[in-house]
Write a protein that binds this ligand. Structure first.
Ligand SMILES: [Zn+2]
Length: 266
């Protein structure tokens, strides 16, 4: 399938800039509640990182997707509203950032429901997208999302360069929007120790190949990482690079999923 048949007329490649608002929950999930060296870095998300990211997105006129941890939303409804008020999508990312792969199904369902409920309470609107903490869903995750209703996308797949559809008999299908560890900021900065310059070059090369092939580019970032001063310049540079190409559709995850469901239901 050529890119003209995949994307809307005139579009060669689609790009999503997504952010996971892990805040301290992600650090507690990884390192425990007592290691303040990590927990303190988690606080940077709500205190400073998200705000810097919002300023960059506004300056660049880019609409992004933010995946909120439920506890983060409960703690800082003002940030959830600020994200929405700037025109971005608010999706969900687990209640306290525990991944689902080793949860019992009931526990997983309850975790998701609490997270949806808090976002709905703050914004008066139900989120339509979900990314499992640590990209580690259970075998039941997509079915639970379907049962709960209202979800049109999830971002757990690391297995493709294009969106694809999880089909259900009632046709309330869910689009998978794949990303990649190479397109994650935490993996590159914290796990691999890359510099902001190296991360920019990696993200630029990934984009250039996907653009050439007419595919889908989904960056997965964290305000507690990319919201830091030097990494924030990498965000600004990669947005500028993506925007310098003709025929790139920069959209929220929900916009891509809606399009995909209407054009590629199979
Ligand atoms: Zn996360």
């Amino acid at each position: 399938m050529s890119s003209e048949k995949i994307w809307p007329p005139g579009i060669r490649c689609a790009a999503v800039f997504s952010f996971d608002n892990d805040d301290e929950s992600g650090m507690i999930d990884s390192f425990g509640p007592d290691k303040m060296f990590y927990v303190s870095q988690g606080y940077y998300d709500m205190n400073a990182g998200t705000w810097r990211v919002l300023r960059i997105l506004e300056r660049q006129n880019v609409k992004a997707t933010f995946c909120m941890v439920g506890k983060t939303a409960e703690k800082r409804p003002d940030v959830v509203k600020a994200i929405r008020d700037k025109g971005h999508e608010v999706a969900v990312h687990g209640w306290d950032h525990r991944p689902y792969y080793n949860m019992k199904e009931d526990e997983e369902r309850k975790d998701m429901q609490m997270t949806v409920d808090i976002v709905q309470k703050i914004l008066g609107k139900r989120p339509v997208g979900h990314r499992t903490p640590d990209w580690n869903p259970s075998k039941s995750t997509v079915n639970i999302l379907h049962e709960m209703g209202g979800f049109i996308w999830r971002g757990d797949g690391l297995d493709n360069d294009l969106p694809y559809v999880h089909k259900f008999s009632d046709k309330k299908n869910i689009v998978e929007l794949p990303s990649a560890v190479t397109l994650d900021d935490y993996d590159n900065y914290a796990e691999r120790g890359y510099s902001p310059q190296e991360v920019f070059e990696l993200w630029r090369d990934e984009f250039d190949v996907l653009y050439e092939e007419g595919k889908f580019y989904c960056l997965t970032m964290h305000p507690l990482v990319t919201g830091r001063p030097a990494p924030s310049k990498t965000l600004e540079r990669i947005i500028t690079h993506v925007k310098s190409h003709e025929g790139v559709w920069i959209a929220t995850a929900a916009e891509i999923a809606q399009y995909w469901l209407s054009k590629h239901p199979e």
